[in-house]
Write a protein that binds this ligand. Structure first.
Ligand code: SAM
Length: 243
């Protein structure tokens, strides 16, 4: 591949992923808007609006990046609740914290630099665990899913928002053109970084499709697993419960 990720040892891959996000952190939000024509905001709002969460809950947003999901979750858990934002990349967390602080969001938020594969929290500590556009980047997804299950309280919900497999035939050529021609060009023009966006398009293709991810969640211990496609499967929302 252009990035050679398949040929490098696992620890190296995680390091490379970390570097990709350091190089894009400052431009990350602008790029999301450009690449998705702003639609990622709608996906994220849907993702949080339909999550099982109530005022006072303690929630964990993994791969929280610059905090889009956490900001929405913060509104749902209210002043009595708590949102923990976990990300492997310090630069992404800093951009997120600055942005939250600028918006006046300080209370009830904490930031933890962590690897989703080995969470630094005790068993049964959260009512809800979310991961949006993050699982794709995790090297050992099964380990990450098992960790999410471990830190959830009984009755708690896990939610995964991720790129998935496009189901509409007519849309596939357009989507491929966007991924492999438009994305790297946008990356080059706006972030002076075509490589990271090439990586993005490739990581989307390598991510397990809808049913495969559902099976992985079941194997990690989650019950009542299901998914919902948004925009013909460009992204899917997977849901599971700890019982
Ligand atoms: N959730 C945010 C959003 O929806 O805008 C950010 C998504 S961003 C595409 C992916 C994030 O995953 C990056 O911030 C990256 O640092 C983080 N990440 C990658 N591998 C990770 C890992 N093993 N553990 C925790 N975070 C990770």
């Amino acid at each position: 591949t252009h990035f050679g990720f398949r040929d490098v040892p696992v620890g190296e891959k995680q390091k490379l992923v970390g570097e990709v996000f350091s190089s894009v952190a400052g431009k990350y939000d602008l790029m999301n808007d450009l690449m998705s024509l702003g639609i990622h905001r709608v996906w994220k709002r849907y993702f949080v609006a339909t999550a099982q969460v109530k005022p006072g809950d303690r929630v964990l947003d993994l791969a929280g990046g610059t905090g889009d999901i956490a900001a929405l979750l913060r509104d749902r858990v209210g002043d009595a609740g708590e949102v923990v934002i976990g990300d492997i990349n310090g630069a992404m967390l800093r951009v997120g914290r600055d942005r939250m602080t600028d918006r006046g969001n300080v209370r009830g938020l904490s930031y933890v630099q962590l690897n989703a594969q080995a969470l630094p929290f005790p068993d049964a500590s959260f009512d809800l665990v979310t991961i949006a556009f993050g699982l794709r980047n995790v090297t050992d997804k099964d380990a990450a899913l098992r960790e999410m299950h471990r830190v959830l309280k009984v009755g708690g919900q896990v939610r995964v928002l991720e790129f998935s497999e496009v189901k509409a035939e007519w849309f596939k050529p357009i989507y491929d053109f966007h991924s492999f021609k438009v994305l790297p060009q946008l990356g080059k023009l706006f972030a002076q970084d075509a490589g990271s966006y090439q990586y993005l398009a490739e990581s989307i293709r390598k991510h397990p499709p809808q049913d495969a991810l559902k099976e992985m969640m079941e194997a990690a211990g989650f019950s009542r697993c299901s998914y919902k496609n948004l925009n013909a499967g460009i992204v899917a929302v997977h849901t599971g419960y700890k019982v």
